[in-house]
Design a protein around this ligand. Structure first.
Ligand SMILES: *Cc1c(COP(=O)(O)O)cnc(C)c1O
Length: 366
């Protein structure tokens, strides 16, 4: 059985006519940038995320960059980031001229460890960027408490965890301004690039609306030096439709994860995902660990099963950050996770037959 790493078919086929009708509506309206579709989606996503405001932008990296910019983070500031995140978290910090300060994760949850975060705080620390990696909420209660104690800003990277909760509260609603991504493969995906910032602060909301649109709120009057990072009407119309299905798709991802947990328990040297007390996991990715990653991945490929590695090289070992001179071995947990993690097929609509076939191929390998 061929099992792709990701298939959109079960998500997109049932809503095909609705999506095409929405695209036709925008096409015929002849208004393509910052109109009613974007306003409607922003209202719907703010309601979904239980924040006062949502500002649509061009992609997830811009969402994080503009969030830091709006908060006034810049040169001379240190921003605490996970050592094992996707590169975009670090790039946002670099783009505002601040310095990323990596902190090692809890190896069991892949997420920032609050005790290590506290140990990394210096007089220059301005902000913490918790990343809800693979879809699991970070320990936000502890992180918010220590941010408050040290007077630090918090910008959540919620690109992978739309709908996850920490102690009952939604990710993307804790920090001062939080970024998310609607890249097609994310849990809520557009048909192209898209992203958003969520916040409860109206001054930030206004500033972000200006920053994303040339630093202008009134056409041709520019109050600040801004950017062009707008969500477009086509993507907003599609996102509004898909948002109505997100809760159901999340339930399906969680059901697939539960099946993997059953089928893979005790297989080989696999370490299965662990969910922290108080956190929920929306399984953007289902990531296992094994000392035999490369051979296992090759075996699964030969059986027609798609897998990926998120991520093979941690940011501090990327050529782009060679200038930060963080030697190999400096962040051993991030390096160990990068060397052993493997993401299995995960998409809403995967069946128990699919999961059983993946598990059977893995048992065969071991
Ligand atoms: C996808 C992703 C981003 C960036 O989103 P884009 O829309 O691709 O720019 C940032 N952080 C994390 C953790 C991501 O997974």
């Amino acid at each position: 059985m061929q099992i792709p790493f990701l298939s959109f078919t079960p998500q997109h086929q049932p809503i095909r006519e609705e999506v095409l009708a929405a695209l036709t509506r925008v096409y015929d309206a002849q208004w393509y940038i910052l109109g009613q579709e974007v306003a409607n989606f922003e209202a719907a996503y703010a309601a979904f995320n239980q924040t006062a405001y949502c500002v649509g932008v061009a992609n997830g990296l811009d969402a994080l960059h503009l969030a830091l910019k709006a908060l006034g983070v810049g040169p001379g500031d240190e921003v605490i980031v996970p050592s094992n995140t996707y590169i975009a978290t670090w790039l946002a910090v670099t783009q505002v001229g601040a310095t990323p300060v990596p902190v090692e994760p809890n190896a069991a949850t892949f997420n920032l460890d609050p005790a290590r975060v506290e140990a990394a705080i210096t007089p220059r620390t301005r902000a913490i960027m918790p990343v809800h990696l693979y879809g699991q909420a970070c320990e936000m209660t502890a992180l918010m408490a220590l941010a408050q104690r040290h007077n630090l800003l918090v910008v959540e990277d919620n690109a992978q965890a739309q709908g996850a909760t920490a102690d009952g509260q939604l990710t993307g609603s804790f920090g001062h301004a939080n970024g998310t991504s609607f890249y097609p493969g994310k849990n809520l995906g557009a048909l192209g690039d898209a992203g958003a910032i969520t916040t409860n602060d109206d001054a930030l909301n206004q500033k972000l609306r200006s920053l994303r649109n040339y630093g202008s709120q009134k056409k041709y009057y520019n109050e600040i030096v801004g950017y062009n990072s707008r969500l477009d009407e086509m993507q907003a119309a599609v996102l509004s439709l898909k948002l109505q299905h997100l809760a159901e798709w999340t339930r399906q991802r969680q059901a697939v994860a539960a099946l993997y947990n059953q089928h893979l328990a005790g297989v080989g040297d696999l370490i299965l995902p662990t969910v922290a007390t108080g956190s929920t996991h929306v399984y953007h990715l289902y990531v296992v660990r094994t000392a035999h990653r490369q051979e296992l991945q090759q075996h699964l490929t030969s059986q027609g099963i798609g897998t990926l590695v998120h991520y093979p090289v941690p940011p501090h070992r990327q050529e782009a950050y060679a200038g930060l001179t963080m030697a190999e071995g400096r962040f051993p947990i991030a390096e160990a996770l990068a060397a052993t993690c493997l993401s299995l097929p995960m998409w809403p609509g995967m069946t128990e037959e699919h999961v059983a076939a993946v598990a059977s191929a893995m048992r065969h390998f071991f």
